[in-house]
Design a protein around this ligand. Sequence first.
Ligand SMILES: *[C@@H]1O[C@H](CO)[C@@H](O)[C@H](O)[C@H]1NC(C)=O
Ligand SMILES: *[C@@H]1O[C@H](CO)[C@@H](O)[C@H](O)[C@H]1NC(C)=O
Ligand SMILES: *[C@@H]1O[C@H](CO)[C@@H](O)[C@H](O)[C@H]1NC(C)=O
Ligand SMILES: *[C@@H]1O[C@H](CO)[C@@H](O)[C@H](O)[C@H]1NC(C)=O
Ligand SMILES: *[C@@H]1O[C@H](CO)[C@@H](O)[C@H](O)[C@H]1NC(C)=O
Length: 439
Amino acid sequence: MTKSKTKPSLWKIMQLFMAVVVRSIPTRFSTIFNFIGCLAMCYLLVTAIGYASSNNGDHIIETNDISQVDFRQEQMSNSKPESPESPPKTILFWTPYYNRTDFTFGFGRDPFVKFGCKVSNCITTNDRTLLNESDAVIFHALQVSSRDLPAHRQPQQRFIFFLYETIPNTSIPCVGKCLPSSQYKPHYFNWTMTHRRDSDVYVAEPYGAVAPKYWTLPTQLPDELSPDTLPANPAVLLNRNYPHLANRTKMVAWFASHCPTHSQREDYVKELSNHIQVDIYGKCGTMECLPRNSHRCESLLDNYKFYLAAENSLCPDYVSEKFYRALTNDIVPIVYGGADYTEYAPPHSFINIANFKSPKHLADYLTLLANNDHLYMEYFQWKKHYAVVRSPKKGWCDLCAKLNEPSQQKKTKTYQDVAEWWVRKLPCYPGSSFLMSHT
Ligand SMILES: *[C@@H]1O[C@H](CO)[C@@H](O)[C@H](O)[C@H]1NC(C)=O
Ligand SMILES: *[C@@H]1O[C@H](CO)[C@@H](O)[C@H](O)[C@H]1NC(C)=O
Ligand SMILES: *[C@@H]1O[C@H](CO)[C@@H](O)[C@H](O)[C@H]1NC(C)=O
Ligand SMILES: *[C@@H]1O[C@H](CO)[C@@H](O)[C@H](O)[C@H]1NC(C)=O
Ligand SMILES: *[C@@H]1O[C@H](CO)[C@@H](O)[C@H](O)[C@H]1NC(C)=O
């Protein structure tokens, strides 16, 4: 007992030390931070192992103090990979994700291996008899029913709030409509797994991502030429034309089937269409292409210069698949949304409505580009160095890594009210406010 008495106090000091380090050093100084973090983690680990072997069950409660300390991604990747003999973490899908019981990811351990996760020591299942052994239980927020919740929960289990949709209405009476009331059970969820980058696990799977084609950029630009290759011919360069643009005779395409929306994108588009041709496909307009998202409809895009990727709500970090659809096709996206797009795609890969004083100003710029192939083609330069990933699995890899992360084992966290985080703390911006200052 004397042994375990000294250890908790050391443990406590380390917690405080870590908390101070984490709070006082901006995470950008990640090298210093990583170094200190590594030292501290090694110490923590050694202490924790020593302490665990002294077999005193109280330590789980002891660690509550650091429950809010959020270790960054870099720490996770710096940590030792799981030892092969440690049992895999079980991830139980309690609900389906729409009609997909496997959350579009897959079951078992295979997907983690198949998608190249650095840490793949996890299995997914929807077998509810494995509830007690599950390390994480995932609930798709839109499909949780208060009549169908797990009967038990184990203290080390993480109940995960999983959501890819936006719920723009900031006045909370949308309990039971926007979010089922079960989610308002205080302290129900331990982690969040959403497209918001401040989630415990950040996932962008249904939407997409842009990734560099090479992990390191060439040190010297441009590349050396291979033997017997001539540099570009100035005569051709200076008189370059783009015959493949000849078929792009139409201006803006917009595919939308939900209106009116919280972002009031339809009002913006209406005003825009007074100044430039906008073809509206779907329920919000007069044109239609069925089946939606089919190859035939995507090829329609070859006739247009611009694609309107306007979100239905202006919410934090909300960039939906529309954006990636445009980036994948050779068409310039015009974005309207609540995210900082510069974080999501390289410069000069899109046009942001927010950068224009009014729809008229935007229309003038689009007309300028449309009449100058050289300027227009600048919007495709990024494709040399980046590629679009339509269904990135990184979020699932991060979940698995986090479940296996030794520093997470003793940490507890709960959301007192997940709706507070999801809607109230950082509300979506009403389209009406945007339009007031941009029309
Ligand atoms: C889920 O629904 C979509 C469209 O509603 C359909 O195309 C798909 O086949 C369904 N998937 C399963 C697994 O039922
Ligand atoms: C699961 O654990 C609970 C206690 O938390 C226990 O009552 C229950 O019987 C267990 N279920 C199974 C299937 O082992
Ligand atoms: C939210 O919804 C309520 C009722 O449904 C409505 O009265 C309110 O204006 C909405 N708030 C916003 C910001 O749209
Ligand atoms: C332009 O469209 C015509 C008719 O649809 C097609 O035959 C031709 O291949 C297209 N040209 C290019 C460069 O895509
Ligand atoms: C998860 O949340 C429950 C309920 O608030 C809590 O009792 C438990 O300690 C939490 N577990 C972890 C590992 O954070």
